[in-house]
Design a protein around this ligand. Structure first.
Ligand code: NAD
Length: 269
């Protein structure tokens, strides 16, 4: 793996990562920088971004350009400014629309508050749409011959979870559908759109929500054939592939990184 900004599987590519303050987003920024990309890290939390930037710089001392920009992906003006920030770098090549929330009050059809539904959809769906929209405008503006857009969905967009989080599940289903359609619409421009479908992971998003509630935790752990939650870096490895030209014929794909969870009937033990 390269450690300079000029070599590696993503050498010379300008990439945006949203939700870069932690979890999958941060691990992806680290790998992107290691693989030679210039990275613009976006998150709603400025303190998280500062810490994340320090980590990237510490782990990838020979990185190319790595900067941060506070962004609320549910606000189009923020996303437009984020993408246009890369005009000075020569325009965007890759965007990883990864920011997302799963709210503690998200529940079933009866108990999910409408405000939580709207908040979840504004970030998880509209945020992804805005990222796709401004990526397309930027790729065209800069006359790019190729572009890669990766959107984070979830395995709950593929299988029904009996532990309800309805607004979240519906939002991730929308991400799958919009990504698939954009992959078709922009295929002749060579702008690829793929979904990442992570299984439940060891990141704050899920682990904070599970807390020390052992039965709640066990209900999920029991479904993993490999007997463990996934790690954020295991998602990031897939994102590097989808961002790179190695995946040049992978388009409209739901890239499932789940340790076999969605293929399981009964688990090993
Ligand atoms: P995380 O909570 O560690 O990171 C999410 C980041 O998004 C945070 O840094 C947060 O500040 C940021 N964010 C929240 N709202 C934002 C907004 N409006 N604008 C910009 N940034 C915002 O979570 P993670 O586990 O790394 O999740 C990343 C993505 O993966 C999410 O879309 C999530 O739904 C999805 N996912 C996670 C899991 C899991 O188990 N962790 C499973 C499947 C899918």
């Amino acid at each position: 793996m390269a450690s300079s900004g000029q070599t590696g599987r993503l050498a010379g590519k300008n990439a945006i990562v949203t939700g870069a303050g932690g979890g999958i987003g941060l691990e992806t920024c680290i790998l992107f920088a290691k693989e030679g990309a210039n990275v613009l890290m976006a998150d709603i939390s400025e303190p998280a971004l500062e810490k994340a930037l320090a980590k990237v710089k510490q782990l990838v001392p020979g990185a190319g350009r790595v900067e941060t920009k506070k962004t609320d992906v549910s606000k189009e003006a923020d996303v437009k400014a984020l993408v246009e920030h890369l005009d000075a770098w020569g325009g965007l090549d890759v965007i990883f629309n990864n920011a997302g929330i799963m709210h503690a009050q998200d529940d079933d059809a009866v108990n999910t508050p409408e405000a939580i539904w709207d908040l979840t959809h504004n970030i998880n769906v509209k945020g992804v749409w805005f990222g796709c929209k401004h990526a397309v405008l930027s790729l065209r503006r800069h006359g790019k011959a190729r572009g890669s857009v990766i959107n984070t969905a979830s395995v709950v967009a593929l299988v029904g979870a009996a532990t309800p989080q309805l607004a979240y599940t519906a939002s991730k289903g929308a991400v799958l559908a919009l990504t698939r359609e954009l992959a078709m619409v922009h295929a002749r421009e060579n702008f690829r759109f793929n979904n990442l479908c992570p299984a439940p992971l060891n990141t704050p998003l899920l682990q904070d929500w599970l807390g020390d509630d052992k039965p709640k935790r066990l209900r999920r752990e029991i479904h993993f054939p490999m007997g463990r939650f996934g790690e954020a870096i295991e998602q990031a490895q897939a994102v590097v592939f989808l961002a790179s030209d190695e995946s040049s014929f992978v388009n409209g794909h739901d890239f499932v990184v789940d340790g076999g969870m969605t293929k399981a009937y009964v688990t090993a033990e």
